[in-house]
Design a protein around this ligand. Structure first.
Ligand code: PAF
Length: 279
């Protein structure tokens, strides 16, 4: 396993060992958990050369957000990736990615301003910019991403389409704890009592899914029931929406391809999750 810190080392490593191979890429911000590792496993199965980036991208955090307390443990991450047989780990620093005078940004308009983008202005501009830079450096055939960050996938797929990139995103299932909580690096912020309350997200989503299976298609009724479940657990709702899963446009009535997406604060921790309501 090779570890590179600079863009030129990374390009050289890929030219030497990765050429003529199907390159699979897992972008991460470190603090690796079972969700990331499932992406690495899938990447390994579906490509010939597995590249993982570890970069805590400051550009996707707002000034009041959790960049400073975001969990970091590079040595542990590297050990884990070694045991998962990654071929190359790219761990750049801020000077590599945003040298002094850096001023070029990518914004996927519209899709970046709704849902999580409405409460986190600039977030998806930061995500699109760093992912485009990483794609240019690594040139992967496949990029593996988890569906917990569903809007992120839709934004990046649109960027890939609009900019005629050849990388294909492989959508990977949400990995959950045994009680259903979607695995996220931010779960580490939850105290024991908050951790218990955090199951309200999956309970709300599953309840809505069951109501749809039982014949209720009215988004207002479904959202109101989900809101009750979150409030019973003292969660603070950022948003709960029912959307078309390709366009992210809100649906007044559930139809095929509909998803419920939500963002909820448990204490000070903002968690997101989603579920398919009708396939
Ligand atoms: O999903 C994440 O961890 C980040 O948004 C990503 C894709 C690594 C970009 O920094």
């Amino acid at each position: 396993m090779q570890i590179t810190k600079t863009i030129s080392e990374t390009r050289e490593a890929l030219a030497t060992s990765g050429s003529h191979k199907k390159i699979g890429f897992v972008p991460t911000m470190g603090a690796l958990h079972k969700g990331h590792l499932s992406l690495v496993e899938k990447c390994h199965l579906e490509s010939d050369f597995t590249v993982v980036s570890i970069y805590l991208n400051p550009a996707q955090f707002g000034p009041q957000e959790d960049l400073n307390r975001y969990p970091r443990n590079l040595e542990r991450d590297i050990d884990l990736l070694r045991s998962y047989d990654a071929d190359l780990i790219f761990t750049p620093d801020d000077v590599q990615m945003y040298p002094e005078g850096y001023c070029t940004w990518v914004k996927v308009e519209g899709l970046s301003d709704i849902l999580c983008g409405a409460s986190r202005p600039g977030h998806f501009r930061g995500v699109a910019t760093i992912v485009l830079k990483l794609i240019h450096i690594i040139n992967p055939n496949l990029m593996f991403m988890g569906m917990k960050d569903y809007q992120q996938i839709i934004v990046l797929e649109k960027m890939i389409q609009d900019l005629n990139l050849e990388t294909k995103i492989v959508r990977c299932p949400i990995i959950r704890e045994s009680d259903g909580l979607a695995i996220s690096s931010r779960n580490a912020y939850l105290g024991p009592e908050e951790r218990q309350r955090a199951t309200c997200l999956i309970n709300a989503l599953k309840t809505a899914q069951k109501m749809v299976n039982d014949g209720c298609l009215d988004s207002k009724i479904l959202i109101s029931e989900a809101e009750n479940i979150i409030r019973e657990s003292d969660g603070k709702i950022d948003y709960i929406k029912i959307v078309d899963s390709s366009t992210l446009q809100e649906l007044a009535e559930v139809k095929s391809n509909a998803k419920m997406l939500l963002a909820v604060y448990i204490g000070n921790t903002r968690l997101i999750d989603n579920i398919e309501l009708l396939s």
